[in-house]
Ligand binder design. Structure first.
Ligand code: PRP
Ligand code: URA
Length: 209
């Protein structure tokens, strides 16, 4: 079953408070989401394997560690996932970036796919699917399905805020995918909004309504 990791680092929790606040404007919201994405990338890479190499310091030879192993791919779910990509790339600059375009139909709450573009070697990459909000889970399930259909095998899901309902859907549909969040919120309202949440992530990032 998917494991759920909640990043309780004080800096992440502090910044999330201002991200949630309705009085935080678009510019500051975007900056904070970017910063939290960097901090979450620091935590999500904790299990990256290391390998020892030998280097020469100015005064001696020394054995030291560098990151080994799999290549990383980031896959933001458009549009709101884009707001977290640059923050992650600050720590994993060599990652390739694929895109999955989905929007949630406001009536049915079902995800509608409109774009998929992935690195050609997606099957060999450790993929981090990125979306600030895991609400019903429909968008994340559809994105993960779109990736697996194209050969992806090794996936993680990274979100700012998750509803318990969305977590359960991922655990049921994609038990191989671990979930990394800054906070698990209380519940979904009748319109599929996370409560207390932060409102509509895409609108708040891009100033639309
Ligand atoms: C939001 C959010 C997720 C989705 C979550 O996107 O960024 O992708 O809703 O909801 P779900 O878990 O119930 O599927 P939205 O559909 O508003 O599209 P946008 O990012 O283009 O604004
Ligand atoms: N999508 C959002 O942007 N916010 C929510 O609360 C739920 C889905």
């Amino acid at each position: 079953m998917s494991r759920v990791y909640v990043f309780d680092h004080p800096l992440i929790q502090h910044k999330l408070t201002f991200i949630r606040d309705k009085n935080t404007g678009t510019k500051e919201f975007r900056e904070l989401v970017d910063e939290v994405a960097t901090l979450m990338a620091y935590e999500i890479t904790r299990d990256m394997p290391l390998e020892e190499v030998e280097i020469q310091t100015p005064v001696a030879t020394c054995k030291s560690n560098v990151i080994a192993g799999k290549k990383v791919g980031l896959v933001p779910i458009l549009r709101a996932g884009l707001g977290m990509v640059d923050g992650v790339l600050k720590l994993i600059p060599a990652a390739k970036v694929g895109h999955v375009g989905l929007y949630r139909d406001p009536e049915t709450l079902q995800p509608v796919e409109y774009y998929v573009k992935l690195p050609s070697d997606v099957a060999e990459r450790e993929l981090i699917v990125i979306d600030p909000m895991l609400a019903t889970g429909g968008s994340a399930v559809a994105a993960i399905e779109a990736l697996k259909k194209r050969g992806a095998k090794n996936l993680k899901l990274m979100c700012l805020i998750a509803a318990p309902e969305g977590i359960k859907v991922i655990q049921d549909e994609h038990p191989d995918v671990d979930i990394f969040v800054a906070k698990v919120d209380e519940y979904l309202d009748d319109h599929g909004y996370i409560i207390p949440g932060l409102g509509d992530a895409g609108d708040r990032l891009y100033g639309t309504k």
